[in-house]
Design a protein around this ligand. Sequence first.
Ligand SMILES: [Fe+2]
Length: 180
Amino acid sequence: MAEIRIRNTEERISGEQNVRAFLESQEVLYEHWDASKLPGHLQDKFVLSDEEKAEILATYDVEIRELAERRGYKTWDIVALSDATPGLDDILKRFEQVHTHTEDEVRAITAGRGIFIIKGGEDVGYFDVELEAGDVISVPETIPHFFTLMDNRQIVAVRLFIETEGWIAHPFEDPAFIKA
Ligand SMILES: [Fe+2]
């Protein structure tokens, strides 16, 4: 289950109802898939063959197609990152810049953990959403955010796209953002 940390106040929000209510108030979509559906040999695997990626997509085919139909996604794939990923530090440096997109950014975590850092409403400021397997999140288009890994630096996620070009990151310079 996802957890929230509000950066300005260090307040943490946990528990399904609270997390859902908070994210809804920030217009961030939050849903949950059954993480235990993933076959055991994939639950702790972060270097994946094409066959294994296809197996993950097949496991969640119903969930993916339902979400895609409801929200207009046309294509999807699997992203896997870990210390075994060549150039991981450079990739993370590139990720860790506040930016926006012209379409929403959807991630369904199937293994490992990750964090979205999102610019909330004026009364909230930036907040972290710590995600684990089963968490599904969509950051609305035009909302400044970035994504990074947690201390274990391991994640597998399904990404869904309306148009792959919609994913280009537009840097968002924000003096209010303080790295923490
Ligand atoms: Fe993004």
